[in-house]
Ligand binder design. Structure first.
Ligand code: BEZ
Length: 221
């Protein structure tokens, strides 16, 4: 992801959106945020993704995460496309529950390193890839995922990752493969056994391994 690394402050860009002009940091306020980009309006995979994002928007709200999408078309196109998206969800009377940024001149897509050189429009101009940026309340980048235009994302996985990001921002733990809320987590390697015992009143269990090294330490957060 050229130009933007984990821990960097996310740019406070100004942009036109389906809810008017925004300054990104003001839009976020003190919330977590997710910005997800789309190659183009009125395209099939993007439509299924936006529809899914709308269906699970309550799940983002529950986690205190403000959603915003981006595509390289105009506000007017975004508004019309949003109607298709909600109709796809058989929910034509409801508006899309989050705004879409209009990046028709690709300025933001270039700034955030979102263009996919392998996918081009009919004029040969690159389209945006499917980027996911999760931004913390401190405005710093906590996660970035980059999919090519030809592969739709999995919003259950994005919600699972947000659960991990929010937990590990609060506690000195890390979440293992396929972890879900409620399951055991790992004590981070930089904590001594004494520190872990003091920090985790639910106890720490250590798995015996052939190496004899005691690094697989679990606790219930
Ligand atoms: C789509 O959203 O279906 C799509 C967009 C650009 C390239 C390939 C697929």
């Amino acid at each position: 992801m050229p130009g933007l690394l984990l821990g960097d402050e996310f740019p406070n860009f100004e942009a036109d959106t389906t809810v008017g002009r925004i300054h990104f940091h003001d839009f976020l306020g003190s919330s977590w945020g997710i910005l997800f980009s789309h190659p183009r309006d009125f395209t099939p995979v993007c439509t299924t993704e936006l529809a899914c994002a709308a269906r699970v928007s309550d799940q983002f709200k529950k986690r205190g995460v403000k959603m915003i999408a981006l595509s390289i078309d105009s506000v007017e196109d975004h508004r019309n496309w949003s109607k298709d998206v909600m109709a796809f969800n058989s929910d034509a009377d409801t508006s899309l529950p989050f705004p879409i940024i209009a990046d028709h001149n690709r300025e933001l897509s270039v700034q955030l390193g979102m263009l996919d050189p392998d996918e081009r429009d009919k004029d040969g101009l690159p389209l945006t890839a499917r980027c996911v940026f999760v931004i913390g309340p401190d405005k710093k980048l906590k996660l970035s995922i980059l999919y090519p235009a030809t592969t739709g994302r999995n919003f259950d996985e994005i919600l699972r990752v947000i659960d991990s990001l929010q937990l590990t921002a609060q506690k000195k733990v890390a979440t293992p493969v396929d972890w879900k809320v409620g399951e055991k987590v790992m004590v981070i390697p930089s904590l001594s056994d004494a520190e872990a015992a003091a920090l985790f009143p639910n106890g720490v269990t250590t798995k015996e391994l052939p190496s004899g090294k005691k690094y697989l330490r679990y606790t219930q957060p």
